[in-house]
Design a protein around this ligand. Sequence first.
Ligand code: MLT
Length: 272
Amino acid sequence: MRNPGKNIKMTVNSQTVCYNDEGPDDAPVIILIHGFPFNKSMWNTQVEALENNYRVVSYDIRGHGSSDAGKEEFSIELFVNDLLSIMDALKIEKAILCGLSMGGYIALNAIEHYPKRFSALILCDTNCIADTPEAKEKRMKAIESIKKNGVEKYADESISNLFAPESFSTMKEEIAYVREMIIKTSEQSICNTLHALSIRTETCDKLPDIKVPVLIMVGKKDKITPSSAAQLMHEKIIGSILHIIGHAGHLSNIENPYDFNKHLRKFVESVY
Ligand code: MLT
């Protein structure tokens, strides 16, 4: 029996997962996977835009939001395993999968290994490339700095890269909210996830095998996963749609929800 609502807790892979499950029972399912180091509430505007017509599931990745971290070493593969276990527990046979940044890394890995479980893919501000040696080095330095200076300093440094320049004057509330999400994430989870991101493998070679409809969106001023990364995925995924979102950096769903949701809705309507 389905238990719709917000901030529901269930045990998956021996640990507590917190999720939202909204929209009609018998509607097509869309699963939203957040970026790092945020939580499922980053999708609030998208849930609102979709929940009348779709069953929309968003969840806190382990160690983020209100989900337990567990004891295992974090990796994208572990996060994919959690995703599949969540789908099984919620009796979701097939879903449209939407991921932003780290959520996109999880989505790309999930469709590579479990193609039959997904009917479409939405890749937002993400990429298929693994970390370069320089990027890995940067993550190790970030871990050292967090251990020394704490999460607040890390949050302030991250914020400066996350948003488009204009957002700093027009989106003060949203930026404060994103900062809050970061500082609510534990130091240990941030460090463990930074390590997981640094050892993730590339998924670019597998992109031509994707046979479901794919929408790719990226903020025009995304400095973390730039539009060139989105363009590369677009070229490799046959038939994919690419939209560059204006007035947005890395968090295009928060910075320009109007354009983001317009493309999102049009795409999911075309799938079902
Ligand atoms: C994210 O938003 O999930 C992160 O920026 C991903 C990353 O650092 O590679």
